[in-house]
Design a protein around this ligand. Structure first.
Ligand code: CP3
Length: 358
């Protein structure tokens, strides 16, 4: 139901480690402030939240990068912080400072009050956006739905916004680990319900962003992030065969844990640029597809430098994957930045498709 009529399915095929004609590419934060048309829509709508909460505008923005570039997937325009917002924490944005919560959760009592939001009520605007985008895409490329990881959501919920040292949440991890596990557990239930609802609404692949997993020591990662990612991979209904909705676990700083991630039941692992893609491929041994992992800063290079770096990442993957390009989804190791040149994105997409053509 979710994959019929797709004109370009190389992204889904690569996630299943099937042969493709070229390596597919999409870019994290491919819709955003580096695009003048995004800035124009944002001016009209007034704010980021006003855009994300309006399904027609969210659809318009999702499609903006696809109108410019030959990308192989669309990603829902939304945010990972919709879940804590729907739990009642009160999300708002301060210009230049990023996201904040009016009512962060800082102790066991506040955590005990949290519940899983109703996906077709409090988060209906997200599901409406997915439905609208699927209709507008009309099978051009698959649509990716997403969520934050339980740990990464907990970071924002406890710190009340971005953080440099994650002092508050790490103090809870040390002093009241049971309370933190209670928070991670309700977040996990919410993430599973959220991704399931996006899939039911039409999302054709699902990505979990564990953006802050890499700030944990290996022991703490194994206690506070990995088990919850594993539970998501185990419990999320994904279907079977070509109808299976693949799950990608992306983590910044996850390279110490690649073997564990490859064994946790996910279809694909997204890696940052601090690990050689070939090494990641060798260490995961074909158990999962890999997504990544060009340093986003490569886009500050000249067109020649961008092409060279793209070829290097493609070759690194092939060399670590027994000489085959199968099972690779090209992406950046993290998201695009507002000061990047859209022309450079066109160069990158062209080189990945040109050089990887079979
Ligand atoms: O990839 C995409 O194109 C889809 C859209 C998307 C956004 N946020 C849009 C957005 C996705 C997948 C996210 C996920 C997200 N949000 C993450 C995980 C991925 C990552 O980048 O690590 C995190 C940690 C957040 C939390 C968040 N939301 C932050 C830190 C910010 C501020 C960013 C900044 O540079 O000011 C946001 C706001 C946000 N989410 C913007 C966009 C395009 C910028 C909004 C604006 O000012 O116009």
């Amino acid at each position: 139901m979710n994959v019929d009529r797709l004109k370009n399915d190389r992204f889904l095929r690569a996630l299943r480690r099937e042969p493709v004609d070229r390596t597919p590419i999409w870019l994290m934060r491919q819709a955003g402030r580096y695009l003048p048309e995004y800035r124009e829509t944002r001016r009209r709508a007034g704010s980021f939240l006003a855009m994300a909460q309006n399904p027609d505008i969210a659809c318009e923005i999702t499609l903006q990068p696809l109108a410019r570039f030959d990308l192989d997937a669309a990603i829902l325009f939304s945010d990972i912080l919709t879940i804590p917002d729907a739990m009642g924490l009160g999300l708002y944005f301060v210009e230049g400072e990023g996201p904040k919560f009016r009512d962060p959760v800082r102790d066991a009592a506040a955590i005990a009050k949290l519940g899983v939001p109703d996906m077709e009520r409090e988060l209906r605007y997200v599901m409406d956006a997915v439905r609208t985008i699927r209709a507008e895409l009309d099978g051009k490329v698959p649509l990716i739905g997403f969520s934050g990881s339980p740990w990464t959501l907990a970071c924002y919920m406890v710190e009340g916004g971005g953080s440099k040292d994650f002092a508050r949440i790490k103090a809870i991890a040390l002093n009241d680990p049971q309370a933190l596990h209670a928070l991670l557990s309700v977040n996990t239930d919410a993430v599973i319900a959220y991704l399931s609802a996006q899939r039911a609404a039409g999302a054709q692949a699902l990505q979990v962003f564990d953006t802050w997993g890499g700030v944990l020591s290996p022991a703490m990662y194994r206690e506070f992030s990995l088990p919850y990612l594993t539970r998501i991979a185990a419990e999320l209904e994904r279907g079977a065969g070509v109808e299976r909705t693949p799950l990608i676990l992306f983590g910044k700083g996850n390279s110490a844990h690649l073997e564990a991630l490859a064994d946790c039941g996910t279809d694909a692992v997204g890696v940052d640029w601090l690990v050689e893609l070939g090494e990641a491929a060798r260490r995961t041994g074909g158990k999962v597809a890999l997504q990544g992992n060009l340093d986003p800063a490569a886009l500050y290079g000249s067109p020649e430098a961008i092409r060279r770096e793209a070829r290097r990442a493609l070759d690194s993957y092939r060399d670590g994957n027994a000489g085959s390009r199968e099972g690779h989804v090209f992406n950046l190791g993290h998201g695009m930045s507002p000061d990047m040149d859209p022309e450079h994105v066109a160069v990158l997409v062209d080189e990945v498709h040109r050089y990887s053509a079979r």
